[in-house]
Design a protein around this ligand. Structure first.
Ligand SMILES: Cc1ncc(COP(=O)(O)O)c(C=O)c1O
Length: 392
C-alpha cells in the first residue's frame, strides 16, 4: 500500500481514464487515516509544530486540505496545472477580469450569461476597462473588434442561452497572435465533454454550481490554468478577496464530481430525446440545441467536444404557452440554474438575463416567448410527458 506521507504526495493519475480520475481525485483517500471519503477539514486555522515548520496549511482563506484536494482534482480533469475553487462562478469571473489593468480592452461573446455581462459592464467598465460584445461564432467579427489594447477574449461555448458554438482553437490562436489571453466558460459541457486548455485556451472557468456540483445544492466556481503567472494571479485574488470555496462545499463538489461522467451521459441522452420531441411540437417555433445535425456550428462541435450536454432553449408560439409551461409542469420545476439532477425550466428574460438591456436581448432573440430547459437525469419519458401535459 502506498505510504501517504504528506499532502503533496498526489498523483495526476495520467494512466487512468477520465471516469476513474473523477472518482479518485488527486490524493484519492486521506493521507493520515486512509479515509476513503476525503474529510471535510472544518478548521479556519492550522497549528504549526514550531517556528519555520509548517504542515503546508496555515489559514483556510489561503488554503484548506479539502479545497486543495478539489482544486487538484479540477486541474486533473481539465488537463491543466493549477486549479482554484471559488465561492461562486461569479467570484471566479471577478477574479479573472482583475487580470486586466485600467485601459485594457476585452472582447466577450455577445450571447453570454447575464451575470457575466453585468460584471463586465457595471463593475469593470467603471474601473476603466473597455469591452465589446461580439458574436464569436464569426472570427472575422472578432478580428474586426480587436484594438491595440485588447488583452482578453472571453468565450462562452456553448453560449447561454442561445447555444452558439465558438471555435476555441481558432480564437485562442487569435488571442495569442495579439498578445492577449483566451478564457473559456466551460460550464455547459464540463471537462467530461470539452477541455478548452487542450485546445489552446489559457483559462477555463466554471460556474461549478452547475454540472460539476451536479445536485442543485451548492454555489461554487472553478478556474484551471497552465501558466504559473496566471496561477500566481489567482492565488493572490483568492487570498485577497477571501472568495475561496468553503470546506463543506468543496467536499460536496468532490462528491458530485465522482459521478460526473455518469450524469453527463444521462443529461446528454435525455436532452437529445427532449430536444427532438420539442422540435416536433406544434406550439414550439424554434429549438436551440447543439446536438442537431443542422445546428449552424455542428462541425465545430464535432471537432472540439465529445458530447452535446443537457441544455436546450426553445421559442414557443405565445406568451400563453410560456405561462402554461411555467405554471403547469409538475415534476419539471420552474427555477433558475442548470446542470443538476432535476429538470429545471428557466425564463431567461426575467431570470438569468434580467440585467441585460431589452434591446440587446431582443436583437439576440431572447424574447418573451423564449425558454431554457436544463434536462435532468430523470426518466426522459416522464420529462416529456410532463412538458406535454403542461403545453396542451
Ligand atoms: C454559463 C455561466 N457562467 C457563469 C455563471 C455564474 O455562476 P454562479 O451562479 O455560480 O455564480 C452562470 C450562472 O448561471 C452561468 O450559467
Amino acid at each position: 500500500m502506498k505510504n501517504f506521507s504528506n499532502y503533496n504526495d498526489y498523483s495526476k493519475k495520467e494512466n487512468l481514464k477520465f471516469a476513474s480520475k473523477a472518482v479518485h481525485g488527486a490524493l484519492g483517500c486521506e493521507p493520515l487515516t486512509g479515509a476513503v471519503s476525503f474529510p471535510i477539514y472544518q478548521s479556519s486555522t492550522f497549528r504549526h509544530p514550531e517556528l519555520g515548520v509548517t504542515t503546508g496549511f496555515a489559514y483556510s482563506r489561503l488554503q484548506n486540505p479539502t479545497r486543495q484536494e478539489l482544486e487538484r482534482t479540477l486541474a486533473i480533469l481539465e488537463e491543466g496545472e493549477y486549479g482554484f475553487a471559488f465561492s461562486s462562478g461569479q467570484a471566479a469571473n471577478m477574479a479573472l477580469f482583475t487580470w486586466l489593468n485600467p485601459g485594457d480592452h476585452m472582447i466577450l461573446m455577445d450571447d453570454i450569461y447575464g451575470g457575466t455581462y453585468r460584471i463586465a459592464t457595471t463593475i469593470f467598465g467603471k474601473y476603466g476597462i473597455e469591452y465589446d460584445f461580439v458574436d464569436m461564432t464569426d472570427i472575422e467579427k472578432v478580428k474586426a473588434a480587436i484594438k491595440p489594447n485588447t488583452k482578453l477574449l472571453f468565450i462562452e461555448t456553448p453560449s447561454n442561452p442561445l447555444m452558439k458554438v465558438s471555435d476555441i482553437r481558432a480564437l485562442s490562436d487569435l488571442a495569442h497572435s495579439i498578445g492577449a489571453i483566451a478564457a473559456v466558460d466551460n460550464t455547459f459541457l464540463t471537462p467530461y465533454f470539452q477541455r478548452p486548455l487542450t485546445l489552446g485556451a489559457d483559462v477555463v472557468v466554471h460556474s461549478a454550481t452547475k454540472y460539476l456540483g451536479g445536485h442543485n445544492d451548492i454555489i461554487a466556481g472553478a478556474i484551471v490554468v497552465n501558466s504559473k503567472e496566471l496561477a500566481d494571479h489567482f492565488t493572490v485574488q483568492l487570498k485577497s478577496h477571501g472568495n475561496g470555496l468553503a470546506p463543506m462545499d468543496s467536499w460536496l463538489m468532490l462528491r458530485g464530481i465522482k459521478t460526473l461522467p455518469l450524469r453527463m451521459e444521462k443529461h446528454n441522452s435525455n436532452a437529445m430525446k427532449v430536444a427532438t420531441w420539442l422540435r416536433n411540437h406544434p406550439r414550439v417555433e424554434k429549438v436551440y440545441y447543439v446536438g442537431f445535425d443542422d445546428h449552424p456550428q455542428i462541425e465545430i462541435t464535432k471537432k472540439q467536444t465529445s458530447g452535446f450536454g443537457g441544455m436546450i432553449s426553445f421559442a414557443v408560439d405565445s406568451i400563453e404557452t410560456v405561462h402554461n409551461i411555467l405554471k403547469n409542469t409538475d415534476m419539471v420545476m420552474f427555477a433558475e440554474s442548470l446542470g443538476g439532477t432535476e429538470t429545471l425550466v428557466t425564463y431567461p428574460t426575467t431570470q438569468t438575463h434580467e440585467d441585460t438591456p431589452e434591446d440587446v436581448k431582443e436583437a439576440l432573440g431572447i424574447t418573451k416567448k423564449f425558454l431554457r430547459i436544463s434536462v435532468g437525469i430523470e426518466d426522459p419519458d416522464d420529462i416529456i410527458a410532463d412538458l406535454a401535459q403542461a403545453m396542451k
